[in-house]
Design a protein around this ligand. Structure first.
Ligand SMILES: [Zn+2]
Length: 217
């Protein structure tokens, strides 16, 4: 995603959040892990500044439903290993299995945004999942189907305490309540738009209303 597209996605998200009736009362936090120093620092700073500017404008205009939006960034110093190290505990939490196909992680493994970055440009820790390179590649920028949603919600619930502790220890921005609200909002928007979700490999289908049950469990 280009810098301009990231900025546009961030701005679009704020506008959508500000007008959403379904977004709950908790004040939203946005942010991510970016290269703010090192070889990619110049690019990361432009993205960070654009994000900060968007947040400032939203907050000056009264915030989102009366809440001031908090913007949190962590510098990965252009070393991909920082993000990889921070997410390594996901191997324990997912018991060494891919969140999507549930098969053992072997070969190339990716840290994926469960709710795609293109749908909500924030790196909140609970949104990270480990997946096979091929599963992540096949899912691409699609929202995951209900069985994957159920697996993600279950993982975050069962390992809530451990996840919170380890995300905080890794200095990764995290807020489970906000992350769940964001996911709900994105699924709601996708259903309203008769959008498609990713099932497996190249299989996509339209999202039906049954996704709501995953959040009720
Ligand atoms: Zn897989």
């Amino acid at each position: 995603m280009t810098i301009l597209n990231r900025w546009a996605a961030l701005a679009a998200t704020f506008l959508a959040l500000a007008s959403s009736q379904s977004f709950a009362q908790d004040c939203p936090k946005l942010g991510g892990v970016l290269a703010l120093t090192g070889a990619q620092g110049a690019i990361g700073k432009v993205i960070a500044d654009a994000g900060r500017l968007a947040v400032e404008q939203v907050n000056k205009a009264g915030g989102v439903k009366g809440c001031q939006v908090e913007f949190i960034l962590r510098d990965d110093t252009t070393q991909p290993s920082v993000g990889v190290d921070a997410a390594r505990f996901l191997v324990d939490v997912q018991k060494g299995a891919c969140l999507y196909c549930q098969k053992p992680l072997s070969g190339k493994t990716q840290v994926d945004h469960f709710v795609p970055w293109s749908r909500y440009p924030a790196d909140l820790g609970h949104n990270f999942v480990l997946a096979h390179d091929r599963c992540n590649g096949a899912k691409s920028d699609f929202l995951a189907a209900e069985n994957h949603l159920a697996a993600w919600i279950d993982r975050n619930k069962v390992h809530q305490v451990e996840l919170q502790e380890r995300l905080v220890a890794s200095a990764l921005p995290c807020d489970l309540t906000a992350t769940v609200q964001i996911a709900k909002w994105v699924y709601e928007q996708t259903e309203k738009a008769n959008g498609q979700v990713w099932v497996m490999e190249k299989v996509l289908r339209h999202l039906g209303p049954e996704w709501v049950r995953c959040f009720a469990a």
